[in-house]
Ligand binder design. Structure first.
Ligand code: NAP
Length: 244
């Protein structure tokens, strides 16, 4: 029970990595806020064994982020952990990428991280305690990926955000870290199809796609006090993909 009675918000937790993190936090005793743009939150909430809240929140909207933070504090009295996980990765060649394609990805992945963090941090500062975990990616943070220029820019942005914010919030006993996953099996990546799956698998030194639980286990560590001396870091979990 590494997170006993902690209050955690996980954005984009209706499926995939976010869902696995929400369930893992609950198994470790946290009170969990399942948050997503879709109704899938109500199904995930049924699987949460600890006290929980399901909140519809479009992270690209500051008013949604503020409403979520206020609702969590009025129910639980505090917010200990924020996982900025909500993200989109619509593949598009740069030559075909419109301004609105660009804006959409930046608004969800990067501005969404800003919005939710901005809404939550005042409460963390007041309680002199907090853990912020940004789910970035090896794409943009360590390597480039074709057809994902907007996505790579957003994830590089999230990485810089993590490092700078960690320094500003350190005096308030708030840790800010990021996880950079490699290829992970989720509903979002399943659309790539079998051939792409197999090609990636062969290119990964451990010869396996990561599972959402691989990321969730790392998130538990970063959300717990076992990692209290770690801040401003980006931890890669990718089966060795970017090491070769
Ligand atoms: P996923 O399966 O697509 O799930 C993401 C969830 O976020 C979906 O429920 C999605 O709803 C929701 N969402 C989309 N836009 C949102 C918004 N504006 N506000 C709130 N929620 C929103 O994604 P995933 O593969 O689990 O990825 C989760 C995170 O890990 C992302 O930040 C992604 O960039 C990062 N990541 C993933 C991989 C990977 O290989 N899977 C690798 C590196 C990094 P809809 O389904 O309705 O869009």
């Amino acid at each position: 029970m590494k997170l006993k009675d902690r209050v955690a918000i996980v954005t984009g937790s209706g499926q995939g990595i976010g869902k696995a993190i929400a369930l893992a936090f609950s198994r470790e005793g946290a009170r969990v806020v399942v948050s997503d743009i879709t109704d899938k939150i109500y199904e995930v909430q049924k699987e949460i064994k600890t006290e929980s809240l399901a909140i519809k929140c479009d992270v690209s909207k500051m008013e949604d982020a503020k409403k979520m933070a206020d609702e969590v504090v009025s129910k639980f009295g505090r917010i200990d952990i924020l996982v900025n996980n909500a993200g989109i990765y619509p593949f598009k060649p740069f030559l075909e990428m419109s301004e609105s394609d660009w804006d959409k990805v930046i608004n969800v992945n990067l501005k969404g991280t800003f919005n939710c963090t901005k809404a939550v941090v005042p409460y963390m500062v007041k309680q002199r305690y907090g853990k912020i975990i940004n789910i970035t990616s090896i794409a943009g943070t360590v390597v480039g990926f074709p057809q994902l220029v907007h996505y790579c820019a957003s994830k590089a942005g999230q990485t810089g955000f993590t490092r700078a914010l960690a320094l500003e919030l350190a005096p308030f006993n708030i840790n800010v870290n990021a996880i950079a996953p490699g290829p992970i099996v989720t509903p979002g990546t399943q659309v790539l199809g079998n051939e792409a799956y197999e090609n990636f698998r062969r290119a990964i030194p451990l010869q396996r796609w990561g599972e959402p639980e691989d990321i969730a286990n790392l998130a538990v560590f970063l959300a717990s006090d076992e990692s209290k001396n770690i801040t401003g870091q980006v931890i890669v979990s990718d089966g060795g993909y970017v090491t070769q």
